[in-house]
Design a protein around this ligand. Sequence first.
Ligand SMILES: [Zn+2]
Length: 322
Amino acid sequence: MTTKPTTRGARRFAPALAAVLVLTFASAAAPQAPRATPAPLPPGAVLRIIAFGAHPDDCELDAAGVAAKWAAAGHKFKCVAVTNGDIGHWGIAGGPLALRRRAETQQAAKILGIETEVLDNHDGELMVTLENRRKIARLIREWQADIVISHRPNDYHPDHRYTGVLVMDAAYMVQVPFFGPEVPPLTRNPAFLFSEDRFQKPQPFSGDIVVSIDDVIEKKLAVVEAMPSQFYEGGCCDLPTGGLPTDAAGKEARRKEVRDRFTARFASTADRFRPRLAEWYGAPRAAGIKYAEAFEVCEYGRQPSKEEIRRLFPFFGDVAAR
Ligand SMILES: [Zn+2]
């Protein structure tokens, strides 16, 4: 799916210009509050979340659980793959693979009840360019995002790293009126979050926000199954030993192997951040949580208080004590 068009043009430009003039004169008169701390999110608002992954499966692996939870509660979530994934398979590449992977993201979006978009950058070739910075900032503005999720800029894959850098580069620019003025700037800077990784340098992922996904784990596993090019078939570099199975028993065994691997992966996040889960859910409830997703608050963009995080992630009352 593509983003709905946003009203643009001179009509929207004039208020932006007026705002700049007001800010200019105001700044001469008194010191300004930091741009990253405007009024808090109004209670009961429909939340709008946009998540950027480098490839057509990253956003889903990192945040399908919270995406399903937000969507079920009436909030709006969009996954953006910043590259088209056209070399992400050991046996096929180019246009046919890009089309296949886009179809997989669309199937995942249907399962989760979210929107999705794949940008037409080649896999393995993403660069931090002005054009890409503009594109990312435009998508965040068009979505009117409250939360933006991406990779940390010290991830292993260059596309992951540069996606992280591009999103960080957009974090301030989304509210600068004359940067890409064809889409109106955001008046409230979103909270920018990083999705979980295991990299240690220059510092390990901090897991500031950890959410139970026990109630939606089957949906997340269904998303894994809906992306066979990456998981069942092995993606770019992990052709199963002995090749892909051809008989029914072998196919079922492979399906189970993939499911078990990802079940363990999603459980490992809950185990890794058990003390943090206790901070959000209380120790008795945290003890019973099996699967989780974790996010780190980027120091750019809006810096939400703990109280605001509870409004942005209205899930911490979902889990019963064991
Ligand atoms: Zn990736």
